[in-house]
Write a protein that binds this ligand. Sequence first.
Ligand code: NAP
Ligand code: MG
Length: 487
Amino acid sequence: MLQDLVERLFIDGSWRRGEGAHIAVENPATREVIGHVAAATPREVDQAVAAARKAFKTWSRRAPLERSRALHALGDNIAAEADAMARIMTLEQGKPLNEAKGEILKLAEACHFYAEEAVRIHGEIVPNTTTDIDSLVVREPIGVVGAITPWNYPAELIGWKLCAALAAGCTIVIKPAELTPFTALAIAKMTEKAGIPAGVVNVLTGSGAEVGQALVEHPDVDKIAFTGSSRVGLQIQRSCTTIKRLSLELGGNCPLIVTASADLDAAVKGAVRRSFRNMGQICIAINRIYVARPVAETFVCRLGEAADRLVVGNGIDTPDADVGAMASAEPLNKTMDHLADALARGGKLIAGGRAPEGEAFSRGHFFRPTVVSDCTHAMKVMTEETFGPLVGVMAFDNLDEAVELANDTPYGLASYVYAKDADEIRYLSSRLDYGNVAVNNVDAGIMNAPYGGRKQSGVGYEHGREGMLEYLNFKHIRIRYDEPKAG
Ligand code: NAP
Ligand code: MG
């Protein structure tokens, strides 16, 4: 499939050879170039937005059932091509093949979820002060959406936007991350195969500063749906040249609190999964852990052992590895910087702290899952988003202190608690200032509940019915009726 996508842009239902420069895409496990993509030019950005505008006229007026069928077909096509799409993702992103396939299948599920939501776009009839008037509150699609996405979940983070937008009746221009553009182009192939009309979905590859920024500044884009860093999110908010709807799913610095009542084995298992999965390159990764002092030593020891057991591998050759290569040198360098900072300030290295040994790891962006204990809030690992396979641990003496430390951050995306005591669970979950709190599990986001951040972690929601509302305007239609004429 990859060969068909090289240097192509998907505009108005056709695969155009990009007229601008080419960008090399590397396999982060080997640093080999897997292919080039086109850097879309300003003219191509205009063409894609114009195509989406034209398609909006008809797509927004299709019966919801038709849009629903199209999304079901998209889900079926994606699931049928999951192996090929997963291979593309692993080649450009580095995560193990089995995990990439899992992500593709979750993208297919998102298609089916929003296919079902498409037929449930209801309205309301609202009472007035007199009985001769009906106020109808109806929902209408916003228009043309510019979707800008990062490289850590190259399929799902497009999918939530694409599926919710299409279900609502919007059309979309997608700008994927430069590191992972082929997955986005493969998704476009599937939309074509599913018979989604020309112009409804467009994919433009290229850099964020140029192509992404051009979408943000484009007067004919009605909404920007962005997932990425808080820095770029703020830049987007500041640089819109016209009023636009914005959804910003931004960075996190997510805490885990483990109380004395917790099932420690479960807490260790959860901590390992959510600190290191996808090499910690997850916005809702556990960055920092606060453990009740009486159980801290045991917890740290077991966490270190569990981290050491994780298998690091080249995602193509070792499809069932626990973790693969990091996506690029940038997050790896940040991880090493946060680690060096923690160790210089008195942190104790418990596991990892180095690249895995062997020829297989000599060229790629590999690192061992790393645990540091005895951390404090003077360290970057506890106060900044690492976005890498590093977690810091610190002991606490009472729940108030744990809450204060957990909330001591500009971010508010997800937080985690392991506790068995119901009073502790209630106390903590009501005080954690986060959009998501997962208790005795680490899957903070599920498809049918809203997912979004507070504070510098963003505005708006994805997933659930709430995720589709982000693509709809309300319209109030107020109608006054007369009594029918007698006779
Ligand atoms: P990023 O640097 O902010 O980039 C995200 C996207 O924005 C990429 O497509 C990027 O393009 C583009 N971009 C960069 N500058 C832009 C500009 N001036 N105007 C418009 N678009 C621009 O983030 P990243 O490094 O790829 O991803 C990691 C970050 O994403 C982390 O902070 C993580 O927490 C966050 N994230 C959040 C969520 C969530 O749901 N809240 C989920 C996943 C990740 P290029 O990269 O191609 O230049
Ligand atoms: Mg970046």
